[in-house]
Design a protein around this ligand. Structure first.
Ligand SMILES: NC(=O)c1ccc[n+]([C@@H]2O[C@H](COP(=O)([O-])OP(=O)(O)OC[C@H]3O[C@@H](n4cnc5c(N)ncnc54)[C@H](O)[C@@H]3O)[C@@H](O)[C@H]2O)c1
Length: 259
């Protein structure tokens, strides 16, 4: 199995794309810790992880809280002894328009967008890197979006400027961490995909997306398959909205070594 003996930490693993990573990684032999604020759904994710024959740990953790993040990573190391993979997946999609809501609602929405996605990714990397360094390497995957060059409003969607800014910051973190962590044998890459079926997607669309969380998990496995000498600092753009399912699956397959 591809990830036998490895330990993966996934943020926002209680549902949607995060659960897809957790279950697919477990199927490949990884033990999985999922950090989420939705305790009940998080337990269900870990039940599915165990069903695949791996060990799992559901941790109640708000990734926007640096003290909770530090405690969560301490528990992972205590339980599993190492951290090979960190997937910074947790995020929220909320309206941050200047022309709707109130001063208070929009300010809080923008803060949440940045705190969960950008600060959360930073805290998790800060907590994971010491374990990766001490064991001689690891991999960080940042889950971003296809909208790294054009914000959602520009492409005809809602004005989610907080989400767009948080994702853009994650994009910059990806290339900078890749350079900083290369001497430590830690690869850092980003998944920049389009519409994917999940509770976040269904909250704003009437019909399901064609691309499924299992497809995104396969994309992650294909990137991980390059091993420690593989590419780093890449923001892989694939399965953009409007691309046919067949083409999206071909793009995902092409992320694998030799693809
Ligand atoms: N669904 C899409 O179309 C799509 C497209 C491109 C990128 N993405 C990205 O993929 C990732 C996963 O998205 P999704 O569609 O599965 O979202 P989702 O809303 O369905 O799931 C997000 C998970 O994050 C958790 N979460 C929220 N706030 C948290 C916090 N403070 N601390 C810990 N966990 C928290 C939620 O409880 C939930 O389990 C996100 O980064 C999103 O931006 C999604």
């Amino acid at each position: 199995m591809q990830l036998e003996g490895q330990v993966a930490v996934i943020t926002g693993g209680a549902e949607g794309i995060g659960r897809g990573f957790a279950v697919a990684f477990a199927e490949q032999g990884a033990n999985v810790a999922s950090l989420d604020i939705d305790a009940i759904s998080n337990q269900e994710t870990i039940r599915q992880v165990r069903e695949k024959g791996s060990d799992g740990l559901a941790i109640d953790c708000d990734v926007a809280d640096k003290n909770q993040v530090r405690r969560a990573f301490n528990s992972v190391v205590q339980r599993f002894g190492r951290i090979d993979i960190l997937v910074n997946n947790a995020a929220v999609w909320v309206d941050t328009a200047l022309t709707s809501g109130t001063y208070d609602t929009q300010a809080v929405a923008f803060e949440d967008s940045m705190d969960i996605c950008t600060l959360g990714s930073f805290y998790c990397a800060l907590a994971a890197v010491p374990a990766m360094q001490s064991q001689g390497g690891g991999t960080i995957l940042n889950v971003i979006t296809e909208h790294i060059h054009e914000g959602h409003l520009i492409t005809g969607m809602a004005p989610a400027t907080g989400y767009d800014c948080a994702k853009w910051a994650q994009w910059r973190l990806t290339e900078t961490w890749a350079a900083e962590l290369k001497p430590h044998n830690i690869r850092v890459n980003a998944l920049c995909m389009g519409a994917t079926d999940s509770p976040m997607f269904r909250a704003t669309h009437d019909s399901p997306a064609e691309v499924m969380p299992t497809d995104i998990a396969q994309a992650a496995l294909n990137i991980l398959a390059h091993g420690q000498d593989g590419p780093t600092g890449e923001s892989y753009l694939f399965a953009a909205s409007g691309t046919s399912r067949e083409q999206s699956l071909r793009e995902i397959a092409a992320l694998a070594p030799g693809g």
